[in-house]
Design a protein around this ligand. Structure first.
Ligand code: ATP
Ligand code: MG
Length: 585
């Protein structure tokens, strides 16, 4: 590719709207442009990277026997009614009507469509197991699109769906996909961790996420230093070891005027936050008429509520909804900041760590007052103990081996065992050997293809720009010709090398713009081309051409007669590594 005939679109200045490195570099390197919130054009360089990622994904999916198909983005609302998700899926689901007033949705995911395909196309148990995948655009009307393509509204996903006669077969494909994902992310040069995960809006009963470790990640993962345990913090169970102290004197009321937080109350009472009980009021599950009760969740003052774990407690709203200040005031007579379990008239859930507290302070359910020296059982009789808090750095690992540590992660993929959730709801059945019709077991497996590109940049960059893993680089080699207009020999050597490398199938970006050398070099480094060759008058006078390795920074001068073979060997080695590095994984 000649730069003069290409759309490079690099930017010199740092775009102000970009909060994370990958977004900044994707804009500066001319990979993407925003057209509206969460909607992006993939410019030519970006698209080349995207195609590389897709290629690795296709190879590894095909290796496991998955078969590619393509489903529509626009899906009939009735299919979503059949699965029961039309009403359940939140406002992320974009709903629309055609000119005949028929209702449709823009697919945020394709369980419904694939189940309809499975129902109509799989006629016999002999066709099972079957794993079908596509690489295709999704739309989710995210509440907060941000970080560029990391959380877009339109994005590309690889989604696969498998059908099985029994659970053992599903287990096997799940393992295969776990392995395929490990191979894909290894080949893409990512430092990642598979972690136990919540199943969220997709549903099902068993799931892993693949998390790329990076500070820009929106997820927190907990992993043990004494075992393989690793989980999204949403899932990580807590283990408590503290003993509850014996109750002391009776509780009494203390004034805490103007205190609206645990820290305010702790300061007013001259105690620490871990001696104050935090009481939050959430909504219970809605009944047929949409009514719900208010439920109090009690935690140690210095700990955080885990909304996913709390939402799974029977009778809770899920996703968890918080009560409004008005609802709380009407029910308790006080405002948030002065709430507590003593005398609370509703259901009380107490976190396992909070249950170990003794002689603690809590809100008095009266504005401006707290109670001190409160004790469970003695002062509060009716309560349920459950796991409500986030694990913290240094907590015991749930498998009893080692301590937990926390890291930020970018979720690049997730695999789910769906079981019969969709096949039962949508009647996707096959006949077993006894002629009995049974709903198929299903699994689903997603990769955020566009997000992978951003995640890779988070892990691979320096102050000059992107440093692509070999498998993702938009070009393998950059040739920079310095002032070819002034020096015919430079022009001739650069053209010759370009022709030779192109002829041997190497992807070359040939900068023939006759720009200032600094500009051309900065562009090559910004877009992260792994091998950079500079053809200049000075070194040509010595019969040499300069080579720089983008990743190592290593520079060397090579004989004009040797440069082509040198580059071909480098590229061949890089390709081989990108293809086979997962074999050792
Ligand atoms: P998240 O928790 O980040 O919202 P999710 O768990 O809802 O994602 P899945 O339904 O598991 O997403 O979708 C499969 C993959 O698609 C995710 O692992 C992620 O890599 C990608 N993905 C999901 N939402 C987005 C988005 N808004 N922008 C870009 N990629 C996304
Ligand atoms: Mg997910």
């Amino acid at each position: 590719m000649r730069t003069s005939r290409y759309l490079l679109s690099t930017l010199k200045e740092n775009p102000v709207e970009a909060a994370v490195v990958s977004h900044r570099l994707m804009l500066r390197a001319g990979l993407i442009r925003q057209i509206a919130s969460g909607l992006y054009t993939w410019l030519p360089t970006g698209l080349r990277v995207l195609h590389k990622v897709e290629q690795v994904i296709r190879e590894e999916m095909n290796r496991k026997g998955a078969i590619e198909l393509s489903m529509p983005v626009v899906q009939p609302a009735d299919l979503w009614r059949e699965s029961g998700r039309y009403d359940k899926y939140g406002p992320e689901l974009c709903r629309l009507k055609d000119r005949k007033q028929n209702e449709f949705v823009l697919g945020p995911t394709h369980e419904e469509v694939i189940t309809a395909i499975g129902r109509s196309e799989i006629k016999s148990a002999r066709q099972l197991p079957l794993n079908l995948y596509q690489i295709q655009t999704k739309f989710r009307d995210e509440i907060r699109p941000r970080f560029g393509v990391m959380r877009g509204r339109e994005f590309i996903m690889k989604d696969a769906y498998s059908f099985h006669l029994d659970h053992d077969s599903l287990d096997k494909t799940y393992e295969d996909m776990y392995d395929a994902y490990s191979r894909i992310f290894t080949r893409l040069g990512l430092d990642f961790r598979p972690v136990e995960a919540d199943t969220g809006a997709i549903g099902g009963n068993h799931s892993h996420e693949f998390q790329v470790l990076a500070d820009a990640g929106e997820d927190t993962i907990a992993y043990s230093d004494g075992s393989d345990y690793a989980a999204n913090i949403e899932m990580a169970e807590t283990i408590e070891t503290a003993e509850r102290p014996a109750p002391g004197p009776d509780y009494s009321k203390a004034p805490t005027p103007g205190c609206h937080s645990v820290d305010d109350a702790a300061a007013a009472l001259s105690i620490t936050a871990d001696q104050v009980l935090k009481s939050l009021i959430v909504r219970g599950e809605r009944d047929a008429e949409g009514k719900y009760e208010l439920i109090m969740c009690c935690l140690k003052g210095n700990q955080e509520l885990n909304e996913v774990k709390a939402g799974k407690v029977p009778g809770m709203s899920n996703p968890l909804e918080f009560a409004t200040d008005e609802e709380i005031a009407a029910f308790t007579g006080s405002h948030p900041g002065s709430l507590g379990p003593v005398g609370f008239k509703g259901r009380i859930l107490v976190d396992k760590a909070a249950e170990r507290m003794g002689n603690f302070a809590c809100g008095a359910n009266e504005d401006g007052y707290h109670l001190i020296n409160v004790n469970w059982d003695r002062d509060i009789k009716d309560y349920e103990v459950c796991d409500l808090r986030n694990v913290e750095e240094g907590d015991l690992s749930p498998d009893g081996k080692g301590k937990l540590h926390l890291r930020k992660g970018i979720e690049v993929g997730q695999i789910f065992m769906l079981g019969k959730k969709y096949s039962e709801a949508m009647n996707a059945v096959v006949m077993d050997e006894n002629g009995k019709s049974i709903p198929m077991e299903m699994g689903c497996y997603g990769i955020g293809v566009t997000r992978v590109v951003a995640a890779a940049i988070e892990q691979h960059h320096d102050e000059r720009g992107i440093i692509w893993p070999d498998s993702m680089a938009p070009f393998e080699v950059s040739i920079i010709a310095i002032k070819p207009g002034r020096c015919p020999q430079v022009h001739a050597e650069a053209e010759k090398l370009y022709a030779e490398l192109e002829a041997s199938g190497i992807e070359v970006l040939y900068d023939d713009r006759d720009e200032r050398p600094g500009v051309m070099f900065a562009d090559a480094e910004l877009i992260g081309v792994p091998h950079i060759i500079t053809v200049g008058e000075k070194s040509l006078a010595n019969g040499e051409i300069e080579y720089k390795n983008r990743r190592s920074g290593e520079k060397q001068n090579l004989k004009v007669s040797e440069i082509a073979d040198f580059i071909k060997a480098k590229v061949a080695a890089a390709r081989e590594h990108a293809r086979t590095c997962a074999d050792k994984h």
